[in-house]
Design a protein around this ligand. Structure first.
Ligand SMILES: [Zn+2]
Length: 351
């Protein structure tokens, strides 16, 4: 087993702040350090390296036409959807950025409409039956100005809609998150369960299977997605932990759906977890690659370029899975938390 840690090497706190700021300007900040700092929990990321045959990603600009040639209107090329416990996510993949701003509106009590001007519809794209508790179906149609997608809702709710630019092998896309209404009965049941666990002074472990939904993670043999592998490992780990007297385990993700990094932390806090274990499987073009890595929170430990680049790519999950907006810059809070807590020491001991 190899142990690695991620490290900043700023000269003083001001440099450290600057380094963090410039980093977070282009993508979310370092993955494991941010998690540990915000949860206040020892963070233990388990990464199994699989030998896989994933090919190199396609060059991002490969399909672009030369600058002077007239560019064809982008197409709606695919409709995808995932059901999560608290929302349903619909994703409309485009072959290029939408030429005009898409319009979103509730067209009836249980009907939501997405208009995408200047976009054509691929013949391969047809209506989809979703049929979960929130969304009935999705109907794309050609309109005078482009494409209109009508979404049949099961109940009156206000979806959250946003446009995401192509990134890391995923295309330009429009994302619609349909939220589930609050479920007071389920919340009450969880609270009762947690207070019973706390009374019995059991150790609570939050197991966090990485990726999910439109963020499939690394692709392995026959394009097996990392998200599926780590979910299976996480469920097995939960079962193993539950066999130990005095230990309770929860999963942050129980199916194939996307969860933003921030939400994973909120869930660990909600479960009042003593430990958070995040599980990932790395891919390698080297078929001989094997072994495991443990990442833990550190500002002073050894680092290497591979560890750093892995932490950055895992942290980019929000760019691939997609969140609507970054909320707030709480770097000062992070640094303050760091000095106030013994999270660093506890993470290191656990790893
Ligand atoms: Zn991963």
């Amino acid at each position: 087993m190899r142990r690695s840690s991620w490290q900043w090497t700023p000269k003083d706190d001001r440099d450290r702040l600057r380094a963090l700021r410039s980093h977070s300007a282009t993508r979310p900040g370092p993955w494991l350090p941010r998690w540990g700092l915000r949860t206040g929990l020892p963070v233990w990321g388990l990464l199994a390296v699989l030998s896989v045959g994933a090919g190199p990603p396609a060059p991002r600009n490969a399909a672009r036409t030369p600058p002077r040639a007239p560019r064809p209107a982008p197409e709606l090329v695919r409709i995808r959807f995932w059901t999560a416990p608290d929302h349903t996510r619909l994703v409309f993949d485009l072959s290029g950025p939408p030429p005009a701003e898409p319009q979103f509106r509730l067209s009836g009590p249980t009907s939501y409409e997405v208009s995408i001007p200047g976009v054509r519809k691929s013949l391969a794209v047809t209506g989809e039956f979703v049929g979960d508790s929130l969304v009935a179906d999705i109907f794309p149609a050609v309109s005078d100005s482009g494409v209109v997608i009508r979404i049949g809702l099961k109940q009156t709710t206000t979806p959250l809609a946003f446009v995401l630019a192509a990134a890391d092998g995923v295309p330009d896309r429009i994302v619609i998150d349909v939220p589930a209404p609050p479920n007071p009965q389920a919340e009450l049941k969880l609270e009762q369960q947690l207070s019973e666990i706390k009374r019995s002074k059991r150790l609570i472990v939050a197991i966090d299977p990485g990726h999910g939904g439109d963020d499939s993670g690394a692709l392995g043999y026959r394009r097996l997605p990392e998200a599926d592998i780590v979910l299976a490992i996480a469920k097995k780990l939960r079962w193993e932990l539950e066999q130990i007297p005095g230990v309770s385990a929860f999963l942050t993700r129980t199916g194939d759906y996307f969860i933003p990094l921030r939400r994973r932390i909120e869930l660990a806090r909600k479960y009042q977890a003593d430990i958070m274990i995040s599980i990932h499987c790395n891919a390698s073009r080297n078929h001989e690659a094997t072994g495991t890595e443990v990442y833990f929170l550190s500002l002073t430990g050894a680092t290497d370029e591979a560890s750093r680049s892995l932490a950055e790519s895992e942290n980019a999950a929000d760019l691939i899975g997609g969140v609507s907006a970054e909320t707030g810059d709480d770097l000062l809070g992070i640094l303050f938390d760091l000095r106030q807590s013994d999270t660093l020491r506890r993470s290191s001991e656990l790893a």
